[in-house]
Design a protein around this ligand. Structure first.
Ligand code: PLP
Length: 368
């Protein structure tokens, strides 16, 4: 079908997995495949990672976890969203690890355990400074006490999440780590043992690799992008997604021709304008038209005018392109290379936003 295509290089996903494994000294990894594998396809990416030895996956919603189970994936899966009463039974049946992240969640589990004599696995999330989900630091003691008092509650892990691990200044992340250590030592004093203690994400893999604990949660690095422009970028990761759009129309225009909405772009000389069938509804960022470009056969070509919902135009100058040719929107292949990080920096966005924005009409093509 004509339209945008995301070529997913599974060999690069595996390459990245190995590079990260080296960086964290072989620690087990919880591979984060939420939001459809950051736009790369959660089932396909999970299957490739499982073959490589990954034993724990993480998603955000319960439905995302069930999508993996329905695809036959048996390994441990954790969900990061807030625990809800209505999925406790299915979570138990399907061996899905839940996120205990609010003080009242423990009552839900106690009630469930009393009624059914069983309890879904869960990890206790402590808020050490992100101020999103998580048991506030001041309430950690009371929740730990309840866990310690009822061994039938199936607490298999404890974790927290960094707010600034991908920044140049790591002082806040180090403070969060100190808070986490205090909670761990409190749990230790109460005699609670966790199978999994985890805190690290991609930023930490780069900036604080010595703080791995029992398992390392990794998302964006697996997909071959750096979490921010403040981290060192010397890890040899490769972009897994190659996002391409097809040329569907080509015309020669005179100097002074206005192109696209608002007529804000005007050709300086006679030139060739190609229409690419990909737009902001496909996740191609609208803000990228200012200074933005695509690459084709190793050469950059400027975007001409505003990106529309379904299409945009490219100024090919006097070069040749044919209808049906696919230009590279981001990613890497052969001579063409344009990393998401460059676009993100230019338009004040992040690779997380760009990659998860690829959905809907885009066809994913998996390359082994
Ligand atoms: C709780 C949690 N852990 C880990 C990750 C993975 O983060 P990253 O993609 O930066 O590795 C995320 C992603 O947002 C998250 O929400």
């Amino acid at each position: 079908m004509v339209g945008p295509k995301a070529y997913i290089h599974l060999d690069r996903l595996i390459h990245n997995y190995r590079v990260i494994q080296d960086q964290i000294g072989g620690s087990p990894m919880m591979c984060v495949v939420k939001a459809n594998g950051y736009g790369h396809g959660s089932v396909e990416c999970s299957n490739a990672l499982l073959k490589e030895g990954c034993t724990f996956l993480a998603v955000f919603t319960f439905d995302e976890a069930m999508e993996l189970r329905d695809a036959g994936i048996q390994t441990d899966i954790m969900i990061f969203s807030r625990m809800q009463k209505d999925f406790l039974e299915d979570a138990t049946e399907n061996n899905i690890t839940l996120n205990l992240s609010g003080v009242n969640d423990i009552a839900l589990l106690e009630e469930f355990e009393k009624k059914y004599g069983t309890c879904p696995k869960f990890h206790l999330k402590v808020d050490t400074g992100m101020n999103r989900l998580g048991i506030p630091f001041k309430n950690a003691g009371e929740v730990l006490q309840k866990i310690s008092a009822n061994p039938r509650l199936n607490c298999t892990g404890i974790y927290s999440h960094y707010a600034t691990a991908d920044e140049g200044d790591l002082s806040y992340a180090e403070w969060q780590l100190e808070q986490f250590k205090l909670v761990l030592s409190l749990a230790d004093k109460m005699g609670i043992q966790f199978k999994y203690r985890h805190f690290s994400n991609s930023g930490t893999v780069i900036n604080m690799p010595h703080t791995s604990y029992d398992i390392v949660r990794v998302g964006i690095l697996l997909y071959g992008a750096f979490p921010s422009d403040e981290v060192p970028t010397d890890m040899d990761i490769k972009p897994v997604m190659e996002f391409r759009g097809p040329i569907v129309s080509i015309r020669r225009v005179k100097a002074g021709t206005k192109v696209s909405y608002g007529g804000v772009w005007e050709s300086e000389k006679d030139t060739t304008i190609a229409v690419v069938q990909t737009g902001f509804a496909d996740g191609f960022p609208r803000a990228w038209y200012e200074g933005g470009y695509v690459t084709f056969k190793g050469k950059p070509y400027p975007i001409a005018g505003r990106i529309c919902m379904d299409q945009f135009m490219v100024d090919f100058g006097d070069d040749r392109a044919e209808i049906g040719d696919e230009v590279l929107l981001f990613g890497e292949n052969g001579k063409d290379s344009l990393h998401m990080e460059e676009i993100a920096q230019q338009i004040n966005s992040t690779p997380y936003v760009l990659s998860t924005g690829i959905h809907g009409r885009t066809e994913r093509v998996y390359l082994p």
